[in-house]
Design a protein around this ligand. Sequence first.
Ligand code: KIV
Length: 275
Amino acid sequence: MYTQLQLRDSARPPVNVSTLRQMKEKGEKIASLTCYDASYAALVDAAGTDVVLVGDSLGMVIQGHDTTVPDTLEHVIYHCRAVSKGLFRPFLMADMPFMTYTSREQALQNAVRLMQEGGAKMVKLEGGAGQAEIVEFLAGHDIAVCAHLGLRPQSVHKTGGFRVQGREEAAAEQMKRDAKLLQDAGADVVLLECIPTALGHEITQELHVPVIGIGAGPHTDGQILVLYDVLDITPGRKPRFVQNFQQGHDNPLAALQSYVEAVKSGAYPAAEHCF
Ligand code: KIV
């Protein structure tokens, strides 16, 4: 139904890692969203989104689990393949699920599957300094990598739940060191989840690679939200950083366009979404 050819439009060249670096240099905000299927992918693309993540949040919002821990590589590949059919312009990133990157060889094998079978252009993995060796190995094989720091949902059973990270000075210093280490190991993008605004600002200033935030304040180079939160589909209590962009719009495309505009203009996130 949605083919790459139908969506091809030379006025909107596909986003790649160089585009993201240039956006950081120019101060142009990177608007990102999660997505899980081809139909929404086409809308997310049409709305002007720059980066699309097939997140392991699919375990929660699609499959109804309490955490992302039950996600498997097969699940992410399945959804990534579907999303890749609906996208032309956005850069497609896929999550490496829990325990799929415990050794360099395992990480490489699974990243290759996400790219070859799922159509991903970048893989995202959670973790700090301990993942530098894996990031370096993947980068050494020319795989684009996003390093996810701050609140790491795959570790909630160890860290004690979905909580803001990096509030204490020692933890903030550690995160700054980890971000630099992962960049130096070859990460092309750093994603920061649920951290204080000031820390998000400092890390963004210190890194030369683009930094995308979720609940990390307004100063990161870009923002990402879970698609179903933006469209107000997710039931129950929402995290502080979520804004319902469906409000005031009578169709999902208009809601997604207003999210992209709000990120680009800096209107989102506002103070009430920050820590
Ligand atoms: O899995 C996911 O959707 C994510 C985002 C929350 C950044 O990692």
